[in-house]
Write a protein that binds this ligand. Structure first.
Ligand code: NAP
Length: 292
């Protein structure tokens, strides 16, 4: 299959390009246009259309987004342009060239009063980021029949240079800097390689519609931080817990969140979603192969 990953330089995009390239003809674009990826701004409808008409991909995976939750709250117009109009542009261009589209969304479309959430639960976003991702889901579904909406959360990986939760923890712990985590946010941490592999299988087997793709273990963020610190060989009791309210964040967080993965697990045959033990074992084995 000829596959285009838009957002190839991002965390999830990096692993998607690596994984899908084993079996498909994969190319990518980035916002900065840094080698090896040409520049493509998803806010530019004409540029998106021209690019897809020239490339003629059979399938597009859209990971590009304005992902900084608190910055989205401060810049709602930019969030709207990138997170809603961008996916709409991509969906319209896919329709024109008859390509399928996998769009990445988030548990932040929910309010966190009743998690973990199934695909059929009613969204009720609390933040600009969550609202724009929910509007994007609707724009994609309204404009393109052959689509996948992938809801994921708390994605992490061993990826030097990335500022994902795991890499920040490794960096701070090794420098002896204090680490903390909210005690009242329930999450399903998701390993990026496992996410990329599961998405690949959904695309290859022609799935459509909404799928939750997340790690299968649900725990509080502070407990996740403690697990990582302990695996690094440090004392997890040094990790301070705090409440989300104490963090005074610009954007509200869904607290009792989490994603149910039964639908995806029933469909996935080769690439089941991992529990936390499996995911951390894999992540630390990657890390020991490439010491930080
Ligand atoms: N990471 C998570 O924990 C998580 C959780 C739930 C859902 N998701 C969703 O999963 C997807 C991938 O996440 P990720 O962690 O890979 O995010 P990421 O690392 O922030 O990557 C997103 C990429 O999109 C690029 N981008 C921003 N604006 C763009 C534009 N106008 N046109 C083209 N590209 C643009 C960014 O470039 P710059 O860096 O240069 O701005 C960045 O490289 C996103 O849709 C996100 O909403 C992620």
């Amino acid at each position: 299959m000829k596959i285009l990953v838009i957002g190839a330089e991002g965390q999830v995009g990096t692993f998607l390009v690596r994984d899908l390239s084993a079996h498909h003809e994969v190319s990518g674009t980035s916002l900065l246009g840094a080698a090896p990826y040409p520049r493509l701004d998803i806010c530019d409808r004409e540029a998106v259309q021209t690019y897809l008409e020239r490339l003629r991909p059979e399938y597009v995976v859209l990971t590009a987004a304005f992902t900084h939750v608190d910055q989205c709250e401060k810049k709602p117009q930019a969030a709207e342009a990138i997170n809603v109009r961008g996916p709409e542009n991509v969906a319209l261009a896919c329709r024109r060239v008859q390509a399928g589209l996998a769009f990445f969304s988030t548990d932040y479309i929910f309010d966190g009063t009743g998690g973990p959430y199934a695909e059929s639960d009613a969204p009720h976003p609390l933040s600009v980021y969550g609202r724009t991702k929910w509007e994007a889901e609707q724009a994609v579904a309204a404009n393109l029949e052959n689509h996948l909406i992938i809801r994921t959360m708390n994605v992490y990986s061993y990826l030097p240079g990335s500022l994902n939760l795991f890499m920040q923890l490794v960096d701070r712990t090794r420098k002896g800097e204090p680490v903390s985590g909210p005690v009242d946010q329930m999450i399903n941490p998701t390993q990026a390689v496992n996410l990329a592999q599961a998405l690949g299988e959904l695309v290859e087997t022609g799935q459509k519609g909404i799928f939750n793709l997340a790690g299968t273990t649900r725990l509080s963020r502070v407990d996740f931080v403690r697990r990582v610190v302990a695996e690094l060989g440090y004392d997890p009791r040094q990790v301070k817990s705090q409440t989300t309210a104490e963090m005074s964040l610009p954007a509200a967080r869904p607290l009792q969140s989490g994603l149910k993965t039964d639908k995806a697990q029933a469909v996935l045959k080769q690439n089941k979603l991992w529990d936390l033990d499996t995911a951390l074992r894999f992540t630390f084995s990657q890390m020991s192969g490439h010491p930080a």
